[in-house]
Design a protein around this ligand. Structure first.
Ligand SMILES: C[S@@+](CC[C@H](N)C(=O)[O-])C[C@H]1O[C@@H](n2cnc3c(N)ncnc32)[C@H](O)[C@@H]1O
Length: 343
């Protein structure tokens, strides 16, 4: 997604986006067929304004269908062109630091077209800072928020996740309901390492975000999971996100689930083959889920994130809408079942 803004707008996007993986500032776009094309095009932009000459940098690259095939070589050539700018101007050059650089440059090559961007996020924005401990196979926080959005869930609507694991869907929903900026808990962002960083502009945004946080105490978000230690982790995560008062967690086997309210939305990702469990056990589990939904959840609507080796036919329910989504490299489907219309 592209948008135009100033630097404070860039800080704000980092603070408030629930779905972005990172926010980058596009710097250059050019065709390149051989290494020197990379080198000379990079020289067209002044990189010395972003960090001091004794700072650190990292260049990451991704290349697909290009004549210059080796992406490590692309990163190396771009890095050389950038550090030469510093050396020519100051006599010294930044060091490479791949763990914790001051400036991270992202280069993408596709069909001989290269785009170069300055990262402003640092760690991926899914790292909100509330996850105390990961349970088995937690979903990324920004993916959970994106799926909630795709499901049409709106703050205030009852929400239930019967395979809640570490509680990611529910915590993201509660943060949203509370109008909490998802970046408020994070200690650091990439833009804070750049030479033009203005802490007072950032402080203003944080103040504003704190003043906008909701005061609701009503519990409308519910999670259950069969494993008690997983529920403990979910509770800890919700507490560290500051939204434990908005979510009710309980241990429950999926075959025994009951609706926590007369109507509402279920958003969940049951275990799936790639990461958890074996197929026969999983088939039983999907049958149990389908049975419970049809028997007891009339008036509800469910959105189920199903991984590869799709087991949703075992639900014996007909999906009304299907979206293809990616959970990291895993192609998944996000399936919608309005339970009221089922026989
Ligand atoms: C893919 S994980 C869900 C991850 C979760 N969305 C998160 O972000 O942490 C599936 C969860 O289903 C739970 N589970 C497995 N079998 C279950 C069952 N029979 N009844 C209820 N929960 C079950 C597991 O304990 C696990 O936490």
């Amino acid at each position: 997604v592209n948008f135009e803004t100033n630097w404070q707008g860039c800080y704000k996007a980092n603070l408030w986006s629930r779905v972005a993986s990172r926010i980058v500032k596009p710097l250059l776009d050019f065709p390149a067929y051989e290494p020197n094309d990379l080198y000379f095009n990079i020289k067209k932009h002044d990189f010395t304004k972003y960090i001091p000459p004794n700072g650190t940098l990292e260049v990451v690259s991704q290349v697909r269908d290009c004549m210059i095939r080796d992406q490590r070589f692309v990163a190396l050539k771009v890095k050389d062109a950038i550090v030469d700018q510093f050396r020519d101007q100051f006599g010294i050059r930044p060091d490479v630091d791949t763990d914790n650089p001051d400036m991270k440059i992202i280069i993408n090559g596709h069909k001989n077209n290269f785009s170069v961007a300055l990262d402003t996020s640092g760690d991926g924005l899914h790292r909100r800072g509330y996850r105390v401990q990961g349970a088995l196979a937690p979903i990324k926080e920004n993916l959970a928020a994106g799926l909630l959005s795709l499901s049409g869930w709106k703050p205030g609507q009852k929400l239930y996740d019967p395979f809640c694991g570490s509680g990611t869907f529910l915590i993201e929903a509660a943060l949203w309901q509370n109008n909490t900026a998802p970046g408020l808990l994070r200690k650091k962002f990439g833009f804070q390492r750049l030479s033009n960083y203005k802490p007072e502009l950032w402080d203003e945004l944080v103040e504003e975000a704190l003043s906008l946080e909701g005061k609701s105490e009503e519990i409308g978000i519910f999670g259950t999971d069969s494993q008690s230690q997983v529920i403990q982790i979910a509770k800890q995560n919700a507490r560290s996100a500051g939204v434990d008062h908005l979510i009710n967690f309980a241990r429950k086997e999926v075959s025994l689930i009951e609706p926590p309210a007369p109507t509402g939305l279920i958003v969940t990702n049951p275990p799936y083959g790639e990461r958890l469990g074996n197929v026969d056990m999983l088939k039983d589990l999907y049958r149990d889920l389908g049975f419970a939904l049809k028997a007891r959840f009339k008036g509800w609507e469910a959105y189920i994130l199903a991984g590869s080796g799709d087991l949703t036919p075992e639900l014996k329910m007909k999906a009304q809408k299907k979206f293809v989504v990616f959970n990291g490299p895993i192609e998944c489907r996000f399936l919608n079942y309005p339970i009221s219309v089922l026989r």
